[in-house]
Design a protein around this ligand. Structure first.
Ligand code: SF4
Length: 456
């Protein structure tokens, strides 16, 4: 892993220059429907598979398009959808260099305005607006109100956008509600494939996992008309291995370091985009890898040129679990109180570990999926240990644990985790989470007391 040496940061404004790759990542994430439409226009035979976990290598390898259905929503908050369309039109004709020039122009004509901040803020605001509406949409259509936020949201996304997909690939890891959500899809989703990761280890678990993957492959072969090949899976894995290695560099190099490429709030939003977009690699693996590589170069370049944000005195707060949704107001509260948030759920879940591309590649992929057992674990003891290890490796000053209403899986880990954190000298604050925008004031009060305690 690269070790960075951070130069002295110039005082004053952090630059909005050279952030075009950040906008590109967000643009691809929020243009799901538009992009799928473009891909289908180019190749009408292409099949679309909805995914909920970042195991989309197998979908790419079969020549299909993975999509996180939430990306297919229209993001109308502050007209984000129109902005996205304008960006598509401009970049189609003039390329991404034009966006870079527009940003520079905006900087000089609106001195002091930080366009990247505004864009990121609005885009995550747009995502949150949808994340607020989707669970309610599910409830109004009879999905159990006592189920967790994530399963309500996924159900609604499937009801609203499911027609985009020709198949779905879901993983109900240790989760009864996820299985319920999956069952509810049967009447209207075609080719539903639920892959149960065995909750055991050893040769039998590996064989069961591989057999399930082979069944998935057979379904995808029927769907796409393409044949499986180890070489194509290896190619897809090589690309995601590269992305994941960069992701780790961002976590352990940049997030852990003293200088951030943007202010802490914007940086948290960029991390959220990285986390959410990894689920389906924005439906285009080649473009995503290129985007991620340049994004990393953009971040380190800003830091190297002294255009970063001096965060040496900002307390580092690990915010977890938030892969199913997070409260932007909590991040704002931490940032306002002189902290900076790190989002590392995929690292905690073991998703960022590399997969071997030699030998039997499907078997290697099965082992990778089984790795969830070592990280999230068969039990909450393992999960709590992983959180402690990652918190220590990241050198955080505290953990903001997002309690998830209705979650019988992740929620109960808190008790064990709190005790282990206490033994390791890691302060923990719990915020409650049922729907975005709920309990904001109560959470803020807790965060204020927590940050005061850390900074005392
Ligand atoms: S939040 Fe908990 S209950 Fe909901 S889908 Fe995730 S693991 Fe399952």
């Amino acid at each position: 892993m690269t070790v960075f040496s951070f130069p002295q940061v110039r005082p004053g404004r952090f630059s909005l220059f050279n952030s075009v790759e950040t906008i590109k990542l967000a643009h691809a994430f929020f243009s799901g429907k538009e992009f799928i439409g473009m891909y289908k226009q180019k190749d009408p035979g292409k099949k679309v598979v909805s995914v909920t976990f970042p195991f989309s290598e197998i979908i790419f390898a079969m020549g299909a398009i993975p999509v996180n259905l939430v990306r297919c929503e229209d993001y109308t908050y502050k007209e984000t959808h129109l902005l996205m369309r304008r960006i598509t039109e401009i970049t189609k004709i003039f390329g991404w260099g034009a966006i870079d020039n527009l940003l520079k122009l905006a900087y000089f004509t609106r001195a002091g305005a930080d366009v990247v901040d505004i864009l990121c803020d609005n885009m995550i605001g747009a995502l949150n607006e949808r994340y607020t509406q989707l669970p309610r949409y599910a409830e109004e259509r009879g999905f159990p109100v006592d189920s967790c936020f994530a399963s309500r949201m996924l159900y609604a996304a499937n009801l609203r956008q499911g027609r985009v997909a020709d198949a779905s690939f879901d993983i109900p890891y240790r989760c009864p509600f996820f299985a319920k959500y999956y069952d509810s899809l049967t009447p209207f989703m075609r080719n539903n494939f639920l892959l149960d990761i065995p909750m055991t280890s050893g040769a039998d678990a590996e064989a069961a996992m591989e057999a399930d993957l082979q069944e998935l492959v057979a379904m995808l072969e029927r769907l796409t008309g393409n044949s499986y090949s180890d070489a194509r899976l290896a190619e897809a894995i090589e690309a995601t291995n590269e992305v994941k290695a960069i992701y780790k560099e961002i976590l352990y190099g940049i997030c852990k370091g003293d200088v951030l490429p943007y202010n802490p709030f914007t940086f948290a939003e960029v991390q959220a985009l990285m986390l959410f977009s990894l689920t389906d690699c924005n439906s285009n693996l080649k473009a995503y890898r290129a985007n991620f590589k340049r994004l990393f170069a953009e971040m380190t370049g800003k830091i190297a040129r002294g255009e970063g944000f001096d965060a040496s005195r900002c307390s580092k707060i690990l915010y977890t679990p938030m892969f199913g949704g997070f409260e932007q107001e909590n991040v704002k509260a931490v940032s306002k109180l002189g902290g900076r948030v790190i989002l590392a759920d995929w690292e905690i879940f073991g998703i960022l570990e590399p997969i071997s591309t030699t030998g039997d590649v499907l078997h290697n992929f099965a082992l990778h999926m089984l790795r969830m057992n070592q990280f999230l674990g068969f039990d909450n003891e393992t999960y709590a240990n992983t959180m402690i290890r990652v918190a220590k490796d990241l050198g955080v000053d505290g953990v903001l644990f997002q309690g998830v209403f209705g979650c019988k899986n992740l929620g109960p880990v808190l008790k064990i985790f709190k005790e282990k954190a206490r033994q390791n000298g890691i302060p923990v604050v719990e915020t409650s989470f049922n729907n975005i925008g709920e309990n904001v004031e109560q959470n803020k009060t807790r965060i204020e007391a927590f940050m005061e305690m850390i900074q005392a």
